[in-house]
Design a protein around this ligand. Structure first.
Ligand SMILES: [Zn+2]
Ligand SMILES: [Zn+2]
Length: 214
């Protein structure tokens, strides 16, 4: 399995290429502002991007999706409950003028809890993890987890941005969907460094009970 992280943009957002060497198929997760770097990495990898899948639709994760669709000829997929966050994109672009003009990508289809996204011989299982946004998802490919802005190394996502629900729901999503995975599973967040389920279980203050969640 190939997992390539391409960080970039004003919020240093992680875009991921997840590919299967055997078949050369790959998906692109969260193409943000750093589209030049992303397209260069895709070309260098020689992989064929078959789908663009977003963990959620905040501007820093989705700003490049329309361009990626055109450049790579791949459809764009999100969780159905994320559609209102995507439609709020022009509003977000006004609040963050640094992004310039941002186009809303057309949705090719939806991914929902329990779906398996085929990537050649690999399969990415979709977990619906509401909290950071209504339709946030995480992907599990073998022992690798793409956690979006739901779970970070040592922290969790904010719940006060567009589509955010509550810290209680976010922590419940992490505990019921991610913390049931084995300690050895590697976690690749939407910002910052990778971690593991075990490290977060033992030391993430939002999960250990060291922080009181109201
Ligand atoms: Zn976000
Ligand atoms: Zn983010």
């Amino acid at each position: 399995m190939i997992i390539k992280c391409i960080p970039g943009g004003i919020f240093l957002t992680n875009c991921y290429i997840i590919g299967d060497e055997a078949t050369n198929e790959a998906i692109l997760v969260d193409p943000g502002e750093q589209m030049d770097d992303i397209l260069a990495e895709v070309e260098k990898s020689g992989l064929d991007i078959i789908k663009i899948v977003n963990t959620h639709s905040h501007i820093d994760h989705v700003a490049g999706a329309a361009e990626a669709k055109e450049a790579l000829g791949a459809g764009f997929y999100i969780h159905p409950e994320e559609e209102p966050v995507l439609q709020a994109l022009p509003e977000s672009a006004m609040r963050f003028p640094q992004f310039g003009e941002v186009r809303v990508p057309e949705i090719e289809g939806y991914v929902e809890e329990g779906d398996e996204i085929e990537i050649g011989n690999l399969s990415a299982k979709v977990l619906h993890t509401p909290g950071h946004t209504w339709g946030s998802i995480c992907l599990v490919i073998d022992d690798q987890v793409i956690s979006g802005d739901t779970l970070f190394a040592g922290s969790v996502g904010r719940v006060d941005l567009t589509g955010g629900t509550s810290m209680r729901e976010l922590v419940r999503s992490i505990k019921t969907k991610l913390m049931i995975l084995p300690d050895s599973y590697k976690v690749h967040p939407g910002h910052g460094p990778s971690t593991t389920i075990g490290i977060e279980r033992r030391s993430n203050p939002f999960l250990t009970g060291d922080l009181i969640i109201l």
